[in-house]
Design a protein around this ligand. Structure first.
Ligand code: UDP
Ligand code: MG
Length: 139
């Protein structure tokens, strides 16, 4: 996976609230091409590994509970400057601080249940994409 790709998860609250269609429409209308996509559910060890960098933070147990509470949509997306442009599209971690029109501004309820994940670097985009998809599932 090259540096024009990023990785996203539509988190359990987005699936539960039936916001998958609206959020994917916003993503594709913003110029991202879907390279790979699936409905799946994280195990506790998946979530603990995915968010290992936050393992010492007070919100970690709640984060793992939330991310394993139901299915997610995992996807690899492609666009020039994908990582940075996608972080701009999703908005700040806390939806109360997310800019008008961003996905978290429109669809997130709280700093913990914040609708969507976006990779924070090209390196993490590669690792996170490879965690969920094999080469033959990438188009
Ligand atoms: N999170 C939380 N409380 C916080 C900060 C983060 O529950 O005070 C959760 C939230 O779901 C967030 C995830 O942990 O998306 C990862 O945090 P990070 O700081 O990496 O935010 P992101 O990169 O998702 O914007
Ligand atoms: Mg992050």
């Amino acid at each position: 996976m090259s540096s024009n790709r990023t990785f996203t998860m539509l988190k359990p609250d987005s699936v539960e609230k039936r916001n998958i269609g609206a959020i994917l429409e916003k993503i594709t209308a913003s110029g991202f091409r879907i390279v790979a996509m699936k409905l799946t559910q994280l195990t506790r060890s998946d979530a603990q590994a995915f968010y290992a960098i936050h393992s010492e933070r007070p919100f970690f147990p709640e984060l793992v509970d939330y991310m394993t509470s139901g299915p997610i949509v995992a996807a690899i997306l492609e666009k020039n400057n994908a990582v940075e442009d996608f972080r701009t599209l999703i908005g700040a971690t806390n939806p109360a601080e997310a800019a008008e029109g961003t996905i978290r501004n429109m669809y997130a309820d709280s700093i913990s249940q914040n609708a969507i994940h976006g990779s924070d670097s090209n390196e993490n985009a590669l690792l996170e994409g490879a965690f969920h998809f094999s080469e033959r599932e990438m188009f």
